[in-house]
Design a binder for this molecule. Structure first.
Ligand code: NDP
Ligand code: GDR
Length: 323
């Protein structure tokens, strides 16, 4: 019989890639979606009829238990979260409700209705924040720098705790930044590649940016969802860092993206304090040796290739009058 998976956050960047991967592997895929006045399922439009969508919300404990009863999953991937770091300073309580307590709600639902489930929690390199070690591994202590990072650290620890307290097969993937042409427009990679395409097409001239000196370890989302799946196929539940072990500045990102369309970023990028954060994460670089050794996982897309893939995709979209 086909394995069944339930994905929260299926309408997000990672949810769409993970749903594709699991369908390819022959899974029956169920996704939890929030109701809104207008359905915006662009990222999974091409999977319509292949995935089964159900209403539910991380804030509503019973909706989670009901969904587990209805779908009887073998694997649950908890990707839903308020995931944009700047919003977490404007809505810190809501971020805590979704991104921190939402994890406990899901774990409680699993414990009481389907304890045999294999559970994946989407943890983040933002938990390392003001880093205490370079590069960062599974053993590096956390020092989060935003309400988002703090909420993710809670989600991480409660996942470990439920594994140790109730013997659940619960794992936490500590994923570094991962991007794709499906990335939300407010995140820095997509913001840059989309605006570069618009500037190239003569639709605007300037790009307002925040801190160009921040360094990130950027990989491709398609690679990272494969690591999530591999974590749930292990014999014993363990946590893993997933990264590329390369770090680049936002300035390099901007430079490569503009160069792809034959432009000089210095003529278009303007620093706007509105995009500078109250507290910054200056340097992230992940050590993924454990994932390589135990999961047999390697990133397949490197930084320059990733940025150019995103610029090319955005150029096509802008030419076609799409977002
Ligand atoms: P997105 O922001 O693209 O997607 C977030 C998803 O969560 C959307 O489907 C959204 O639904 C859903 N969601 C938000 N709040 C709720 C709620 N209360 N109830 C139900 N669903 C909700 O994120 P990504 O795909 O980029 O990331 C997936 C996960 O991985 C997130 O938890 C993120 O924090 C984490 N992560 C991401 C990294 C990255 O670089 N991308 C790195 C490390 C961790 P809707 O469409 O309705 O808004
Ligand atoms: P991040 O991603 O905060 O690392 O979280 P984001 O792309 O938003 O920022 C990366 C870095 O770029 C700097 N920056 C800007 N960022 C944005 N968004 N807009 C700008 O104009 C801008 N200018 C400079 C930021 O200061 C920052 O240093 C992402 C999210 O996907 C999280 O959910 C996830 O957990 C982490 O990655 C790993």
């Amino acid at each position: 019989m086909a394995k069944r998976a339930l994905i929260t956050g299926i309408t997000g960047q990672d949810g769409s890639y993970l749903a594709e991967l699991l369908l390819k592997k022959g899974y029956e895929v169920h996704g939890m979606v929030r109701r809104s006045s207008e359905e915006k399922f662009e990222r999974i439009a091409h999977l319509q009829g292949k995935v089964q969508l159900h209403q539910g919300d991380l804030l509503d404990q019973f909706s989670l238990a009901a969904l587990l009863n209805l779908t009887q999953p073998d694997e649950v991937y908890n990707l839903a979260a308020q995931s944009f770091v700047p919003t977490s300073w404007n809505q810190p309580v809501l971020t805590g409700e979704f991104t921190a307590l939402g994890v406990t709600k899901m774990l409680e639902a699993i414990r009481h209705t389907r304890p045999q489930v294999r559970f994946y929690q989407a943890s983040s390199s933002e938990m390392f924040g003001k880093v205490l070690e370079v590069p960062q591994s599974e053993d590096t202590p956390f020092y989060p720098r935003s309400p988002y990072g703090v909420a993710k650290a809670y989600g991480h620890h409660i996942t470990v705790n439920y594994r140790e307290s109730f013997k659940l097969f619960a794992v936490s993937g500590i994923l570094f930044n991962h991007e794709s042409p499906r990335r939300g427009l407010e995140f820095v990679t997509r913001k840059v590649t989309y605006n570069v395409a618009r500037i190239k097409m003569g639709l605007q001239d300037t790009l307002p940016m925040g801190n160009l000196d921040a360094k990130r370890d950027w990989g491709f989302a398609g690679d990272y969802v494969d690591a999530m799946w591999r974590m749930l196929q292990q014999e014993t539940p363990e946590d893993f860092v997933v990264a590329t072990n390369e770090t680049h500045t936002v300035r390099e990102l901007v430079e490569i993206a503009f160069a792809r369309v034959g432009l000089d970023y210095q003529k278009h990028v303007k620093i706007d304090p509105a995009f500078v954060r109250p507290a910054e994460v200056d340097l992230l670089i992940g050590k993924y040796d454990k994932a390589r050794e135990k999961l047999g996982w390697e990133p397949t897309v490197r930084f320059k290739q990733l940025v150019e893939m995103m610029v090319d995709a955005d150029l096509e979209r802008v030419k076609a009058g799409q977002r």
